[in-house]
Design a protein around this ligand. Structure first.
Ligand SMILES: Cc1ncc(COP(=O)(O)O)c(C=O)c1O
Length: 382
């Protein structure tokens, strides 16, 4: 057995290290020009008008809630098939986190169910682009906006994904169907700054609000009193450092290469696994392109005659790391206890959860690594 192949991993080259060292040798470690350069680079890449870089993707979601005016008494709906943060951000502002089931094919929040189950107190939809595949944003936005709700696209998995609509291709972060788009730059994501995140928006007002909440709710608006800072609202310290942004700028130059390699590996997996019994590869997607944050297969464990824990252990012994994305968020102890959410609330996400397993996918995987994953999966599925 060679070394362990993790399910996700960053790519760091000497040029990334040099970029960070250059900032370390400079004047600004935080609140400096490299933050602004990273924000400009994110706007350049996506086409968004504004980017507000923050300390992580969870902070980005919290800031989006605050900027969107979401508060106690409001309902925020999201997908159960996501990381905790997509829902928790509602709880941070005293709103109620609620869940709409996913579509079994896209594994994203179902726009049909969103429409059918709309409740009058819903003020925001957090649409999560699971694994990198964009949600049906035009449909989601139409329903939300008809009802006066804010649309937040949680694109933590989807920086570099694209959405086709009416013959036009839009980059996630710069289409008309999200008021704000949030990103995460955690090391397993498509681009990393260590920890980090951002909010993208075309709205000048929302951008200003995001900047306010990122930095203690503080403004410096008296040029005649240059020491003055006024606190307009109790914001947070969600700032990102210049060091992190230097890494982000350097990484962004290779984002398209990262995604191309992710696509290549995905194609190899799809090809190899299509004939395996009891294993379902990710659904094809013709409505744009995915940045392929995750490669999730669904295995019928009872038919295979092995539990998921067994399969994960056997793969581990063959040097292949795996993960599970995600435990349906509505079934987390906090949400069960607070709202009485239980099994049966989102049956599609619950059934999907019984089957899902994420295989290694990251741009620095060698062809040998990819071959080893394929061989190992074939072996344990036999
Ligand atoms: C869908 C989704 N939203 C939000 C987040 C939160 O991002 P971060 O870890 O940068 O706080 C994550 C990260 O795992 C995520 O997967």
């Amino acid at each position: 057995m060679g070394s362990m192949i993790p399910y996700g991993r960053q790519s760091i080259l000497q040029e990334d290290i040099d970029a960070v060292v250059e900032v370390l040798n400079g004047d600004w470690l935080t609140c400096g020009p490299t933050v602004e350069r990273f924000e400009a680079a994110l706007c350049d890449y996506t086409g968004a008008k504004h980017a507000i870089a923050v300390s992580n993707g969870t902070a980005a979601l919290h800031v989006a809630m605050l900027a969107g005016g979401i508060k106690a008494g409001d309902r925020v709906v999201t997908s159960p098939n996501t990381f905790l943060a997509s829902a928790n951000c509602a709880e941070y502002v005293g709103a109620t986190a609620d869940f709409i089931d996913i579509d079994p094919e896209t594994l994203n929040l179902s726009s049909d169910l969103l429409e059918k189950n709309w409740q009058a107190d819903t003020r925001a939809v957090v649409a999560v682009d699971f694994a990198g595949r964009p949600c049906d944003m035009p449909a989601i936005a139409a329903i939300a906006r008809n009802n006066g709700a804010v649309v937040i696209e949680d694109a933590a998995h989807a920086l570099g994904s694209r959405l086709k609509h009416d013959g036009q291709t839009h980059t996630v972060g710069a289409h008309p169907w999200a008021d704000m788009t949030t990103l995460s730059f955690h090391p397993v994501k498509t681009l990393t700054t260590g920890e980090g995140g951002a909010i993208l928006t075309d709205s000048d007002e929302l951008a200003e609000q995001c900047r306010l909440f990122r930095n203690h709710g503080m403004v410096r608006n008296r040029p005649e009193e240059p020491w003055y800072y006024g606190m307009e609202t109790p914001g947070f310290n969600y700032r990102i450092t210049d060091l992190q942004c230097a890494l982000g700028i350097s990484q962004l130059k290779r984002l398209d290469d990262f995604i191309a390699r992710r696509q290549e590996i995905t194609d190899a997996y799809n090809q190899a696994f299509q004939s395996l019994e009891n294993l379902q590869t990710p659904a094809l997607f013709s409505g744009g392109s995915s940045a392929w944050h995750l490669y999730v297969v669904q295995i019928d464990f009872p038919m295979l005659g092995k539990s998921r824990a067994q399969v994960m252990q056997e793969l581990r012994e063959l040097g292949v790391g795996t993960q599970v994305h995600y435990i349906p968020v509505h079934l987390q102890p906090y949400y069960r206890n607070k709202y009485g959410y239980a099994e049966g609330k989102c049956p599609v996400a619950e059934a999907y959860y019984e089957k899902c397993i994420s295989l290694p996918l990251f741009p620095t995987m060698s062809d040998d690594d990819v071959g080893r994953v394929i061989q190992s999966v074939e072996e344990i599925m036999r």
